[in-house]
Design a protein around this ligand. Structure first.
Ligand SMILES: [Zn+2]
Length: 313
């Protein structure tokens, strides 16, 4: 998703909470049904065209466009198993990224035991083989520079394919969504997110407001790394790492450097309150017929080169 400057419109909240929940559950049949229904409803939408590509485009590696409006040429896959990581939800085929992100993740995962004491990382969605919009979940993750990392430590054993589809992630938020649940959240979580945010290539980290409350409290005196850690709905089962555009990559549109400060004061209080209200005191639906949902993004809305990415071998 694009980073909202302040509060994402409240209307997005139910949608994003669903995305969060879907990440936690099995992708399984429900997701397959949604995919099929979305293809049938808009067969020419960008999400249907990119969502049905199963192999990368054999072109020079390029992140084309912006995180929530773009595509990916020359993607490489994160191997489903590494010494210090395991990829989850393999049926989604979303372990593809720009080679810079893939090598970043491999190196970062190798440092995780030292940072956290965990055996490694469980890796969620990165991008589709050719990036682009998806048939289920995620507004961003389109150019191969975004990755979701589970907040559940990697177990020592290799998970089998059933586990990888069905194992639930753990909700880190407390039941009132104003802070973390101390039963699940540990100092290692703060160390992990701090380490990711301190990486020079990382442009943003996204976490639920409830998690940022804990990070602000546990950061100690050096809060500068929190500048990159932005609150957003969902992201209570996983956190999201976004890399900057690789230097000199033409046509890759990054974000402005973060200029919000550490975001720990009033701004965060506002997010926490909005989220609490949206969950526990949601606005009543307006009477009358439901407004028609907006049609999904068309191929024309993406950079022109994305047509070549679709057509390439
Ligand atoms: Zn994400």
């Amino acid at each position: 998703m694009q980073t909202p400057r302040r509060f994402a419109p409240l209307i997005l909240l139910p949608l994003l909470m669903t995305v969060g929940a879907a990440q936690a559950q099995s992708t399984g049949e429900a997701e397959a049904k949604t995919r099929a229904a979305n293809i049938a409803a808009y067969p020419d939408a960008a999400r249907a065209l990119f969502g049905q590509k199963t192999t990368p485009a054999a072109l020079r590696a390029r992140a084309i466009g912006s995180y929530a409006r773009g595509c990916l040429a020359g993607a490489t896959a994160l191997p489903v198993d590494g010494e210090n990581w395991q990829v989850m939800r393999l049926a989604r085929n979303r372990n593809w990224g720009h080679p810079e992100l893939i090598s970043f993740l491999e190196r970062f995962a190798s440092e995780v035991p030292k940072i956290t004491g965990w055996p490694g990382l469980l890796v969620g969605d990165i991008s589709q083989p050719r990036g682009g919009p998806m048939l289920t979940g995620h507004a961003s993750h389109q150019i191969g520079l975004d990755a979701d990392i589970w907040l559940t430590p990697m177990p020592r054993k290799r998970l089998d394919s059933d586990d990888r589809e069905n194992m639930s992630a753990v909700n880190m938020a407390r039941s009132d969504w104003r802070d973390v649940n101390p039963k699940n959240w540990t100092p290692a979580h703060t160390r992990l997110i701090k380490a990711a945010a301190s990486e020079p290539k990382v442009e943003r980290i996204f976490v639920n407001p409830a998690l940022k409350v804990a990070l602000c409290r546990e950061a100690g005196s050096d809060k500068t790394w929190l500048n990159k850690v932005r609150p957003i709905w969902g992201h209570n089962y996983h956190f999201h790492i976004r890399l900057s555009c690789p230097p000199g990559m033409e046509g890759c549109q990054g974000q402005e450097p973060p200029n919000f400060g550490d975001g720990c004061g009033e701004e965060l209080d506002g997010w926490v309150e909005k989220q609490h209200q949206a969950i526990f005191n949601p606005p009543k639906p307006k009477p009358g017929p439901k407004p028609k949902p907006k049609p999904p993004m068309s191929l024309d809305a993406l950079p022109a080169e994305c047509r070549q990415v679709l057509l390439a071998r």
